[in-house]
Design a protein around this ligand. Sequence first.
Ligand code: ZN
Length: 181
Amino acid sequence: MNQAELKARTEQVLRDLGIDPLVIAHRTLPYFEEVSEHLLVDAETNVETGKIYRLTAAAAAAWHNMKQQAAADGVAIYLVSAYRSLDYQAGLLLAKQDAGIPPDVFFTSLAPPGCSEHHTGCAVDINTPGCDEVTGVFGETEAFIWLSANAARFGFVMSFPPDNPWGFIYEPWHWCWHSNS
Ligand SMILES: [Zn+2]
C-alpha cells in the first residue's frame, strides 16, 4: 500500500470507531505498513505477566544485543510493549473513548491505527526496574541516559523527542529499530 492508501485505511478505521478523521487532519502523521505476523519472532516474555513481546527477527536480534550490553554496563532494561497489530491499536483507542477522553487529546500520546511504529514490528517501549512504565519519568532514569548514549550503535532511535514535528508528546520510553542506521 502507498501512503494515500494507508491514509485512507486509517480514516476508515477511525470512522468505524465513530471518530471524525478531521481530528488528525492538521497533523503530518507518517503511515506505516503493517508487518506480516509470520515475520515476527518472540523477543521477550514479561516475567510477571507472562506476556510475550514480538518483533521482526532483525529488530529482536538488535534488541537482545543492546539489552546484553546494557546489562554488562550495569543497566537493566526490559520490554513493556513491542509489536501491536492495527486491530490492537484500535482497541486502545476504544478504551480511551470509553474512558471519556476526547480524540484530540488521546491522539497526542496514542497514534491512530496505521500511524503507529508498533505495527512495523520494529518499535519497542522500554522500562527499567522501579520506574512506572510509559511515563516521562523514564527520561530521568539511568537506563534512559544509557540508551541516549548507546542505543544508536544498535540501530535504535528515540522516535518522539520533545517538540517533535508529529505532535506527539515526548516519549523517552519509545524507540524504533531502523535497519539502515
Ligand atoms: Zn511506543
